[in-house]
Design a protein around this ligand. Structure first.
Ligand code: GLY
Length: 429
């Protein structure tokens, strides 16, 4: 069977790498892929936006593709799974109605509130209620607050504001300047919870939910969680700071009730249900749902998965995962992301990357490309997040040493990466 992976980031590189390792798979294609993905898949230039869905169908039919695996949220929210399934193509990733869990934060909030699922207190304001929203934040004496654009915003639509003027600016950006386009037509103003976050990526076939081992990602650009939010500067798995009782509460109070709620609402959720959980004083709260694998959590979770991923993806898509438990390596995994100069405000492109061949033959190190391209026989930067280096080792101390030692062998002009990925886990063990 041939498999087509939709997307071209680090998550998709990791997916393509794991899919290519399956005995069930003859050939992997990736659209559009990137320079790293081309080592495990044939990259094809296909438009993955709505206007390209018909061409994807043509490609699948012409190339014996038996499974399409959709990485990013935008095509899912745009209905790619509906489009392909309507043409008889097995597709991993939720249909449009289910992808609304990520496509509209207001939709998710309404669902959580209808089914009493723990999430921070919040109010929703329509664009027409801009003045009320401003009055509301001016009357707050409790900061920080969280202001969220309702729709997709490439990971930039969640703003943590420290005072009234930052809050008003965030509302202006969303509702007046419309920096997130239609996605800011509604905003959520949410209480800020303190605690720590963890990500639970769950396989869902519409009937059954199978949680994958926990991961934690690092959203800020600088060490010690300083600086601006990014798409994710690193991750690790498992997460020892989450006790088994907190984990059980997260499943029993959040994940399973959400799966029940979706069924009651006649939403057949097939794909990854990604829960971003805040643990505040030993109580888990749902911060957000995403309808796809996390990036860079995937790069820390999949290297630890001993099972063949392909039957699991097919099982989700077909509505019958067929197993109840996944098997995990006892090794720890961390992924450290290297970004280009200026990220997250800007990104520099075209800088030659050296040192990528240092790890050929080392099974415990994988370099997953995010923003790279081929350039005159070299590999060069092509975006903000450039690559994520994943390392495996029996303990966190060792995995940190291994990952950072490997990262020191890679270089490009303007390269920046955090030095504290998984440090918390090392302390915890
Ligand atoms: N790591 C955050 C995300 O994938 O949305």
């Amino acid at each position: 069977m041939n498999v087509l992976v939709i997307g071209g980031g680090g998550r998709e590189h990791c997916l393509a790498w794991k899919i290519a390792a399956s005995d069930l798979v003859d050939k992997v294609y990736a659209a559009p892929g990137n320079a790293g993905i081309s080592k495990v898949a044939e990259c094809v230039e296909l438009d993955i936006g709505k206007s390209g869905f018909n061409l994807i169908v043509d490609f699948v039919e012409a190339n014996g593709v038996g499974l399409v695996v959709v990485g990013p949220e935008a095509p899912l929210v745009g209905g790619i799974a509906d489009h392909l399934e309507n043409r008889g193509i097995l597709t991993f990733g939720p249909k449009k109605d289910a992808a609304m869990l990520e496509g509209s934060k207001v939709f998710t909030r309404d669902l959580l509130s209808k089914y009493d699922i723990p999430t921070p207190e919040a109010l929703v304001f329509e664009r027409s209620q801009y003045a009320e929203a401003v009055t509301y934040v001016k009357n707050q004496n409790k900061f920080p607050l969280v202001i969220k654009a309702d729709g997709l915003a490439s990971g930039k639509g969640v703003l943590i504001v420290q005072n009234t003027s930052e809050a008003v600016k965030a509302l202006d950006d969303c509702m007046v300047s419309q920096v997130f386009g239609d996605s800011g037509d509604r905003v959520i103003i949410e209480d800020f919870l303190t605690g720590y976050e963890t990500s639970i990526l769950c396989l869902s076939d519409g009937k059954k939910i199978i949680p994958m081992d926990l991961a934690q990602d690092y959203k800020r650009i600088f060490d010690a969680d300083e600086g601006k939010n990014t798409g994710g500067m690193g991750s690790y798995s498992p997460v020892p700071m989450v006790s088994s009782s907190v984990y059980k509460k997260a499943l029993d109070n959040i994940i399973y009730p959400t799966a029940d709620a979706l069924r009651k609402e006649n939403i057949d959720y097939r794909g990854i249900l990604y829960a971003g959980i805040m643990v505040s004083g030993d109580e888990p709260y749902l911060l957000e749902y995403n309808c796809r694998f996390g990036d860079p959590e995937t790069q820390a979770v999949l290297p630890r998965l001993d099972d063949d991923l392909v039957p699991l993806l097919m099982g989700c898509a077909e509505g019958n995962i067929g197993v109840d438990l996944l098997s995990w390596s006892s090794d720890k995994c961390m992924c450290v992301v290297a970004a280009s100069r200026g990220y997250p405000d800007t990104s520099s492109k075209g800088d030659i990357i050296t040192g990528l061949d240092n790890f050929n033959g080392d099974d415990d190190i994988e370099v997953f490309h995010s923003g790279t391209r081929k350039q005159d026989g070299n590999i060069a930067t092509d975006g903000g997040r450039v690559l994520g280096l994943s390392a495996l080792a029996p303990g966190f101390k060792e995995v940190r040493r291994k990952a950072y030692n490997a990262m020191s062998k890679i270089s490009f002009d303007g390269m920046q990466y955090r030095k504290d990925i998984a440090y918390k886990a090392e302390e915890d063990v």
